[in-house]
Design a protein around this ligand. Structure first.
Ligand SMILES: Cc1ncc(COP(=O)(O)O)c(C=O)c1O
Length: 446
């Protein structure tokens, strides 16, 4: 009797399972039948190319004009990583990150997490982290703010996206460095800003003539600590000129402090934000370059009048940054690991830069004039007359060397042709071999 009831139970269970998976349909008072539309039809694999084209066509028409414009823009494709990694421009020495320490801090934070920490986030970010960041940036970079003005975001790109959506209406003018960081102009163009390139000289972004100044931009994008990609450090005089202009015209300045902590001589320079008295500067920095890129954490500091707007936008988008990463980063600051790591990286990068300069003198003279730099993760090399930067970067790629043509970051033709060389992420041996391979690639073109 027990066996029989077990068997009935199994059959009933099997029918129920077939029903929830959609293989049979049950009609009350009639019975169970094989479903008219079997689920396997929807799970078919091996879609043909013809099928895919149809799907792609439908999806394309679903895209907004704005997104289609972004797809057509010159977003920088990240080339596949090469062995040895010379001269990847955007990367810090990720292999020098103390992962064992990170693991210990994460484990401790997870074990000790309160119910409140797991259930509730703050749209501005984890408060103890904001307190620690405010203290650090105040002491080392002269940033002046209260915690309410700080947002923990996923990086500079996210910060700029939030700011462009908070401040820009379609058709508003934005002034942009030329050459300049393509990732920034893409975000601004996606917000339907009219991005106007301005030249960069040896003191930083040049203020336009009085006549053009009347065009009044809504926003000016600047990398004053270490202009990307030229490496120019904005002079104090130029900083004050820009701040005075912003105060007069009412425009905002977006200060992208992407690698300002890495200064090899003297102390890191004070930020524009710290010099600003009119509340015109929006400040952003990123842990992508300070720790490692996939951490996806950064800091955005906004003037008081933008706080509510950013809070509102953030609330309807991703709400807030993840708790665990923020809590561990907070421990990095409060226990002194962050300061220690930055000091070690400054030394490491200064050493790698000198290896690059030394082997460039040995192998690249007459082909590429590699510039020294006082800060950052990358430098510039000017090509000798007759070698074009795109051709040079392609020839280098054929030899497994990654260099980015400067013209890639320019929206008007440049007087000189050059290459961007990252020196932070490659070990000395890889840098030396990269220089030798680059030399033979350029010799072929000269
Ligand atoms: C000048 C500059 N700004 C901003 C970014 C974006 O950084 P994040 O990873 O924080 O979005 C980069 C990335 O390489 C950069 O080179």
């Amino acid at each position: 009797m027990r066996c029989w009831s077990q068997l009935v139970g199994t059959v009933v269970y099997a029918f129920e399972q077939l029903r929830v998976e959609g293989y049979i349909e049950s009609i009350v008072g009639s019975g169970s039948y094989v479903a008219r539309n079997l689920p396997d039809e929807f799970f078919r694999t091996g879609i043909t190319t013809a099928g895919l084209t149809g799907v792609t066509r439908v999806m394309r028409s679903a895209l907004s004009k704005q997104v289609r414009k972004i797809l057509a823009s010159r977003l920088l494709p990240t080339p596949p990583r090469q062995k040895g990694n010379a001269f990847r421009a955007y990367e810090p020495a990720v292999d020098a990150f103390p992962t064992a320490l990170g693991g210990r801090l994460s484990g401790r934070r997870m074990r000790q997490a309160s119910v409140r920490a797991l259930a509730e986030g703050d749209v501005r970010g984890y408060k103890p982290l904001r307190t620690a960041v405010a203290a650090y940036l105040g002491a080392f970079r002269g940033v002046r703010c209260v915690e309410d003005q700080i947002f923990v975001v996923s990086g500079t790109q996210h910060a700029l996206d939030l700011i462009s959506r908070t401040t820009i209406d379609p058709g508003d003018t934005v002034w942009m460095e030329n050459p300049g960081y393509g990732g920034a102009s893409c975000v601004l163009e996606a917000a339907q800003a009219r991005v106007r390139p301005l030249p960069v000289d040896c003191c930083g972004l040049v203020l336009p003539s009085k006549g053009l100044q009347r065009a009044r931009p809504k926003l000016v994008y600047l990398t004053p600590a270490h202009q990307f990609p030229t490496g120019v450090i904005m002079s104090l005089e130029r900083r004050l000129e820009w701040l005075a202009y912003a105060g007069r015209s009412g425009c905002m300045i977006f200060e992208d402090d992407y690698d300002g902590e890495y200064r090899f001589r003297g102390k890191p320079l004070p930020t524009l934000q710290g010099l600003d008295k009119a509340g015109s500067v929006i400040y952003a920095c990123s842990f992508s370059k300070l720790l490692f890129p996939t951490l996806r954490l950064g800091i955005l500091i906004v003037p008081q009048n933008l706080v509510d707007g950013v809070v509102a936008l953030r609330t309807i988008a991703d709400r807030y940054a993840p708790y665990l990463e923020q809590a561990v980063l907070c421990d990095f600051f409060t226990e002194g690991h962050f300061g220690h790591h930055i000091r070690c990286m400054r030394e490491l990068y200064a050493e790698r830069l000198s290896v690059l300069l030394e082997s460039s003198r040995q192998y690249l003279s007459g082909l590429l004039d590699v510039q020294t730099t006082e800060a950052g993760l990358q430098t510039l090399g000017w090509l000798c007359d007759g070698i074009f930067d795109v051709a040079a970067s392609q020839a280098a790629a054929r030899r497994g060397v990654e260099v980015i043509p400067v013209s890639y970051f320019a929206s008007t033709p440049l007087v000189k042709q050059g290459l961007v060389l990252g020196f932070a992420s490659a070990k000395p041996g890889a840098l030396r071999s990269g220089v030798e391979r680059l030399a033979s690639a350029l010799a072929e073109l000269a």
